[in-house]
Design a protein around this ligand. Structure first.
Ligand SMILES: Cc1ncc(COP(=O)(O)O)c(C=O)c1O
Length: 381
């Protein structure tokens, strides 16, 4: 059967094919140090596993769950936003649990975009924003981020362009893949920009607790809810990527629109997952410091590895990755293949995040210090 036209502009996710190549090398006996993907290798908090196990024997555990999540889970999200971001949310109307923030990108796009609507997408940025935009028949309009501008959007330049067809803008601070973060002033400018040009801004915020001193939510800006939604996730914050659990926060009106899509796509989240996620969100701040101690040590090692490979890491970075310039004269794809075949180390090429990522690579911190040390040894010897 011929595929639907909507798939013509979308290709298979890079990692889905490249990891096949990595696995084939492993099958040939190569010992690959995988610094490509951001899937946390550390375990979730023990309290989460305990809550999950207890939830299995709850009499209603195996039934369909409410579309909006359980009251306990939404309350935990409300408290989490209050405690960590100083943002007040109404747990009945302004919180929508999701199966990971990735599904939220599709739901939001289906909920708000018509064919031909334009969507502002960061370049470089998480590839799903553009693939989903294309899948729903909208037009991706990329806004360039660069090192000189600290990987922040140049709203003054954007305002000079024709924004009349733009309905949605994706932002992602702390930013993946560059590790850049936004100040309060940047978030304020974004909200002002959204109001002035009548654009719905969505901040995708899964990295705010990883090696970041000052976690922020764009929803803290006064009046933000009128024009802003925020996605968040437990994948990186609590090492629960495989659980598929996240959330969307914003105004009642926007969430009702998204819920119209979501109620037609799933039938609630498995109760034990919600119970485990609730336990995670209640954890004290020392959970973050314990994780960041480990990530801090790994980051030092990754910086050493990057230097040994003659890459130049960006100066100030947060998050789960190290973003670095490749050596002069290399392309990001060529460099990644060279490092994979010469040293059996897999890193992500910057071009997969957009043209502005060309010339850069992304190292993940989701490998043990010992394995990163092994990688360093291979390169140095
Ligand atoms: C910027 C960004 N947004 C969203 C996601 C997806 O997160 P989740 O696991 O919550 O779907 C990722 C995962 O790598 C990401 O890097």
């Amino acid at each position: 059967m011929i595929q639907a036209n909507r798939l013509n502009q979308v290709s298979e996710y890079y990692f889905s094919t490249k990891l096949g190549e990595v696995r084939a090398l492993e099958a040939q006996g190569k010992d690959i140090v995988n610094l490509g993907i951001g899937s946390p290798d550390l375990p979730p908090p023990p309290q989460v596993i305990e809550a999950l196990n207890l939830a299995f024997v709850n009499p209603g555990a195996h039934q369909y769950q409410p579309y909006k999540g359980t009251g306990e889970f939404r309350n935990a999200i409300r408290e989490f936003y209050k405690n960590h971001y100083q943002v007040d949310l109404n747990q009945e109307t302004e919180i929508l649990p999701l199966m990971g923030s990735k599904e939220g990108i599709t739901h939001i796009s289906l909920a708000f975009l018509n064919e031909g609507d334009e969507v502002l997408i960061p370049n470089p940025g998480y590839p799903t924003y553009s693939s989903v935009t294309k899948l729903v028949g909208a037009e991706a309009v990329y806004y360039d981020l660069n090192e000189a501008g600290n990987w922040l959007p140049n709203l003054k330049e954007l305002a000079k362009t024709d924004l009349s067809k733009v309905k949605l803008m994706w932002v992602n601070y702390p930013h993946m893949p560059t590790g850049a973060s936004a100040t309060d002033a940047v978030f304020q400018d974004l909200v002002d920009f959204a109001k002035k040009h009548q654009i719905l801004i969505v901040n995708d915020n899964p990295y705010s607790f990883i090696l970041n001193e000052d976690p922020k939510s764009i929803l803290k800006v006064e009046g933000a809810k009128e024009v802003v939604l925020e996605l968040n996730s437990l994948s990186k914050t609590f090492n629960m990527a495989g659980w598929r659990v996240g959330m969307l926060c914003g105004s009642e009106q926007h969430l009702k629109t998204v819920l119209k899509v979501k109620t037609n796509m799933d039938s609630g989240m498995f109760y034990p997952i919600q119970a485990g996620a609730t336990a995670a969100l209640h954890l004290p701040k020392k959970w973050f410091s314990s994780q960041n101690e480990i990530y801090g040590i790994r980051k030092e090692k990754i910086l050493e590895l990057a230097e040994a490979l003659e890459c130049t890491p960006a100066k100030k970075q947060t998050g789960l990755f190290v973003w670095a310039k490749v050596p002069e004269g290399s392309t990001s794809e060529g460099f990644v293949d060279y490092v994979l075949h010469k040293y059996s180390i897999f890193i992500a090429p910057g071009f997969i995040f957009g043209s502005q990522g060309e010339g850069f690579v992304r190292f993940s911190l989701c490998e043990t210090t010992e394995n990163i040390q092994r990688a360093i040894k291979r390169v140095k010897s």
